[in-house]
Write a protein that binds this ligand. Structure first.
Ligand code: KG4
Ligand code: ZN
Length: 341
């Protein structure tokens, strides 16, 4: 079976073709970073309009790159949420309409399920069950994963998501959007432990996160200590260390609570090299294993949507003629692939 995946939930147009026998046949990504850079963040209306311009041409390119025709497709998966409603509507209208025209099923995919399953596109894939730490720009979730669609959310951010905190702190440091990777680059020049930031919500029991206080701590430190380049790098490193240490503490706690030995880390912030290496060290010390998507599939992409859509299609989960676009969509509302609809 072969599927086309369409991702348009935020500021990336991602298109991919996945075959359940042959694997990923092609994937195309168009990032809107330059479009939003002048505004210091994503402008939803501009994002929607750009998805309108890019989605169809990228679908044509993805089909050509995979050397396959539309007749070889068995379904179309599109991101139905969570995300920006206008941006979601572009992908869902195009996906649903093409599926109607080509007489194949359309599958509404949950964006975070896409992130969660992205490591399945790698050679070293985790077996079920596992613990998943999802750290993206919009969400921070700790999830116990029994199978596809069997998710128990053990913890989440009560304010800013991890990626959002990276982006806001980067802005305070005068870095351009998107700040996360730029802050990580700046942190490479930082002097370790010159500043020590708090590890929020680690002294209380529980698995929820709170990152907005770190941003305030950074703002106060910048105001007090001046803004010379070395101090900025030291602050960037202190912030990044605090985020990584906090998620590592919570992962350790969740692994203990669930008795799980496999950890999946996905979502944009999982592209962070320090985070990847520190969680690898943690899992080694606990006698477990950590699984990541390759770097380009940590951030938003069409491949993860095509993969997740394929699993749903194989389970017989697809939509009627309605167009699905759900800006808010709790992950634990999804159906298990083991259940029939
Ligand atoms: O998953 P994603 O592409 O989009 C959402 O679903 O939100 O995540 C984007 C987030 C942004 O906040 C971005 O700054 C952050 O991931 N990010 C990083 C790195 N690469 C991307 N944060 C820290 N270090 C990185 N290397
Ligand atoms: Zn995402």
């Amino acid at each position: 079976m072969r599927i086309l995946g369409i991702e348009t939930s935020c500021d990336e147009t991602g298109i991919a073709i996945y075959d359940d026998q042959l694997g990923l046949l092609s994937h195309q990504l168009y990032s809107q970073v330059e479009l939003h850079a002048d505004y210091g963040g994503v402008v939803p209306e501009l994002a929607s309009r750009d998805h309108v311009r890019k989605t169809i041409p990228l679908i044509k390119e993805a089909l050509a790159a995979a050397n396959c025709t539309k007749e070889s497709l068995d379904g179309i998966a599109y991101t139905a949420g969570p995300g920006l409603v206008g941006a979601l509507l572009v992908g869902s209208c195009i996906g649903r309409s093409l599926a109607y025209a080509w007489n194949i099923p359309a599958i509404a995919v949950h964006h975070m399920e896409g992130h969660l399953l992205a490591p399945m596109l790698e050679e070293n894939r985790p077996e079920f069950p596992f613990l998943a730490l999802l750290v993206s720009g919009g969400h921070t979730l700790m999830v116990e994963v029994e199978n596809i669609g069997e998710y128990q959310v053990l913890g989440e951010s009560i304010d800013d998501a991890a990626g959002e905190a990276f982006d806001k702190t980067a802005k305070l440091l005068g870095l351009d959007y998107p700040g996360g990777p730029r802050l990580a680059k700046l942190a490479e020049k930082g002097v370790p432990k010159r500043f020590i930031f708090p590890r929020p919500m680690t002294t209380k029991p529980g698995l929820d996160f709170s990152f907005s206080g770190l941003k305030t701590f950074a703002a106060n430190t910048i105001a007090k200590e001046g803004k010379d380049p070395q101090t900025q790098a030291d602050i960037a490193l202190a912030f990044q260390d605090a985020v990584i240490d906090t998620v590592a503490i919570k992962c350790k706690r969740a692994l203990k609570q669930t008795g799980l030995k496999r950890l999946v880390v996905a979502g944009g912030v999982s592209a962070n090299e320090s985070l990847r290496s520190q969680l690898a060290v943690l899992m080694k010390s606990l006698g477990g294993e950590v699984f990541y998507p390759r770097n380009e599939f940590c951030t938003d992409n069409g491949a993860m949507i095509a993969y997740a859509g394929m699993q749903r299609l194989k389970a017989g989960h697809f939509e009627g003629l309605g167009i699905q676009a759900k800006p808010r969509w709790p992950l634990d509302q999804l159906l298990s692939v083991r259940s029939k609809i």
